[in-house]
Design a protein around this ligand. Structure first.
Ligand code: PLP
Length: 412
């Protein structure tokens, strides 16, 4: 059942909104960079350090047992959140970047050879692009980019032309951090399966906003990052199908990831620990579990509903501003509340600076997706407004007023 939950009520869970920015209301619209943290997550981390702090998987004392149980439980929460088949398919890593590197190193470097092909999209974040350039350079594989259509959506026609029996890996973002477009990942995965390719979805921008079911998508890997979904920084995860993870070489070597070690060699621990070498970010993992609890208590259907409303309002208000160019489709469906724009004749950093003076936090620059910016003709970067569950219409009104101020300061 869909509960009546609004941005106004959710906002109260986030202590940061009690502060002001130079005497003005904090309007936080930089959510594609990182989200704010609810008190439920902050308190859980505090409680861990105050009451349960110990290393995991090592000692027989009660604290270590409690920490181990909580940390493992966090894996189970993530598994349930994305409908993984087993919690052993969830590997905790530092962030999405490390997650994609894990796959690129362990699977890409070991399996690919000259003549093989990797397909990603031109719209990828550098995290899902640079690791594949590295794999291609090391193995002699070829890296191909899916182009976009005029409305910024991925060109499925182009993708179909790129797919061949040489395609070994297809890795695409769930949603773009520049245009907000949600990619048809289920269709992309299903087409890749026809040629037997391994499929990876970079969920850094999808998971915080959308109900995700990895079994329904059918992907082999799905990567998430905690800090964009109400969790702490320094924690993310890789979901991977068990049979593939079992066959893969470890990524990092050392303590906790082994079963036995002799002077001759080592054998590996069971999943997921085979991929979690060294002392884990235990508090971070538990914090991610709390973030998943928080989003689950709202219900991802409600998250989507709240976000659709604010996206529609932001689109209407922003597209009515004269003298700005929006790099985003003029529709509410199939997209997130991410709005990249330029104010004619004003550098994006100047836009962000003036908005900050008004208490409005946005991002400016290349947003770690330079190939897409070049493709859409925004080579010198954009300003970017990105919304989340706690953003209200008032936030958008203040941001729009601040953009008008930019125009009057620069007389454009
Ligand atoms: C689409 C996308 N993928 C990957 C990342 C990388 O996430 P992280 O910096 O947490 O590794 C981001 C971050 O902005 C992103 O937007």
């Amino acid at each position: 059942m869909i509960k009546e939950i609004s941005a106004e009520t959710l906002r109260k869970d986030f202590p940061i909104f009690e502060r002001t920015i130079r005497g003005k209301k904090l309007v936080y619209l930089d959510n594609a960079a990182t989200s704010q943290k609810p008190i439920q997550v902050i308190s859980k981390i505090e409680e861990f350090y105050k009451m349960h702090n110990a290393n995991i998987h090592r000692s027989v004392h009660l604290l270590s047992y409690e920490a181990t149980v909580e940390y493992e439980e966090a894996h189970k929460k993530v598994a349930r959140f994305i409908n993984a088949n087993s919690w052993q398919e969830i590997i905790f890593v530092r962030n999405a970047t490390e997650g994609i590197n894990l796959i690129a190193y362990s699977l890409g470097l070991n399996r690919l050879k000259e003549g093989d092909e990797i397909i990603i999209a031109i719209s990828e974040h550098h995290s899902n692009l640079v690791p594949w350039q590295f794999v291609a350079r090391k193995t002699g594989a070829k890296l191909k980019y899916i182009d976009i259509n005029d409305d910024y959506t991925l060109s499925i026609d182009n993708y179909k032309k790129l797919l061949t029996e040489r395609t070994k890996i297809v890795s695409v973002g769930h949603a773009s951090n520049i245009t907000g477009i949600i990619n048809p990942v289920k269709e992309i995965v299903s087409l890749a399966k026809e040629v037997g390719a391994i499929t990876i979805v970079d969920g850094a921008q999808g998971l915080p906003h959308l109900k995700v079911d990895v079994q329904d998508i059918g992907c082999d890997f799905y990567v998430g990052t905690g800090h964009k979904m109400c969790g702490p920084t320094g924690i993310g995860f890789v979901y991977g199908k068990k049979e593939i993870l079992e066959e893969m070489e470890p990524f990092l070597y050392g303590g906790d990831m082994i079963d036995t070690v002799t002077t001759e060699g080592s054998t590996w621990n069971e999943l997921p620990w085979k991929f979690e070498a060294g002392t884990a970010n235990i508090a971070g993992g538990i914090g991610l579990g709390a973030a998943v609890d928080y989003l689950s208590s709202i219900g991802m259907e409600n998250v989507e509903k709240i976000e659709r409303e604010i996206t529609a309002y932001a689109l209407e208000r922003l597209s009515s501003i004269k003298g700005i160019k929006l790099f985003t489709p003029n529709k509410v469906e199939g997209r997130l509340g991410v709005f990249s724009f330029v104010v004619d004749g004003v550098h994006p950093h100047d836009v962000a600076y003036i908005l900050d003076r008004e208490g409005v936090a946005i991002r400016s620059g290349h947003h770690c997706a330079q190939p897409l910016l070049n493709r859409i003709g925004a080579d010198s970067g954009t300003a970017r407004i990105s919304t989340y569950i706690y953003n209200t219409k008032e936030d958008i009104d203040i941001a729009v007023e601040a953009i008008e101020k930019v125009k009057s300061v620069f007389k454009v």
